[in-house]
Write a new protein. Structure first.
Length: 291
């Protein structure tokens, strides 16, 4: 038998590519998570991870185990959700970044509503900084957004990602031209990352479009007005990452996180579990250095 406790620790490491981040997300010690992974490898008598002081990478058997673990854990979670559904009721005030709500979240929310019909979800979509202010002011119970990698300050990391430059297919940028930048208005994490990278590299730039909505930025990009910094796993439809030959500076990593309000509530925790479980089924992101 494959112990779900071991599978959950392995899945968190496989998703986050970091024992430290996995331990933080699970609320466990890093040594406990490492022990769980070693026990799982002993049970199947196969190495599942290649790790050193800098990276964590799945082996071929690890990729297979990741798929098996997702199926097993999903079945267990569905069983628990079936029996818990009648006990979870109330309201959850949920804030989410626009690029996340346009990705896989609609299916997650639909499944959550099916599992917990007595929970009312009040959805607020906005920039991460605005949502975090709402969380701090007690106006939101749970926030799903992006943050720079940093210390454990109450966040639950559900995915490691990296900003990339994106534009319309065929977009060309001459080396001597100022970079036409498309960005959200400040405060915006992607805007700050883009401007900081360009100025650090000494590359001239100009603001070609400012929009408070992703649909506005996407329309500007499709029209060939410029480039934008965007999370690599959330590239909008119709746009594509620019290749290295475009000559733009490399952008930094970013965490996709769940942030809880000061008062924990059962509906908010149930929604947080649904989002975290859905992340298990996502394709793994490129490995990043362990923190």
């Amino acid at each position: 038998m494959l112990d779900p406790v071991l599978l959950r620790s392995f899945t968190a490491v496989a998703r986050l590519r970091s024992f430290t981040a996995a331990a933080r997300a699970l609320g466990l010690g890093q040594s406990t998570v490492s022990q769980h992974v070693r026990k799982l490898e002993a049970v199947v008598d196969r190495p599942l991870l290649d790790r050193d002081t800098h990276t964590v990478v799945l082996t071929a058997d690890g990729e297979a185990m990741r798929a098996f673990a997702a199926t097993i854990l999903d079945a267990g979670d569905r069983a628990l959700a079936h029996f818990r559904a009648s006990r979870v009721h109330g309201r959850v005030r949920f804030g989410v970044s626009e690029d996340l709500v346009l990705a896989s979240l609609p299916a997650v929310l639909a499944e959550f509503r099916h599992r917990h019909p007595d929970v009312d979800v009040e959805l607020t979509v906005g920039l991460a900084a605005q949502l975090e202010r709402g969380l701090g002011d007690g106006e939101l119970d749970l926030v799903y957004a992006k943050r720079p990698p940093g210390p454990d300050d109450g966040r639950s990391v559900v995915r490691r990602d990296r900003f990339v430059w994106v534009a319309a297919p065929g977009f060309r940028l001459r080396p001597d031209d100022p970079v036409p930048l498309l960005a959200y208005p400040p405060p915006s994490l992607s805007r700050t990352e883009a401007v900081g990278a360009l100025e650090t590299a000494g590359r001239a730039w100009r603001m070609a479009c400012t929009s408070g909505s992703l649909s506005g930025l996407r329309a500007a990009a499709l029209a060939g007005l410029g480039v934008l910094a965007h999370a690599g796993t959330l590239v909008p439809d119709g746009l594509e990452p620019l290749p290295p030959r475009a000559g733009l500076p490399e952008l930094g990593p970013v965490d996709v996180v769940l942030l809880r309000g000061r008062r924990a509530s059962e509906p908010a925790e149930a929604l947080a579990r649904s989002i975290a479980d859905a992340e298990v089924d996502r394709s793994p992101t490129p490995p990043l250095p362990r923190r």
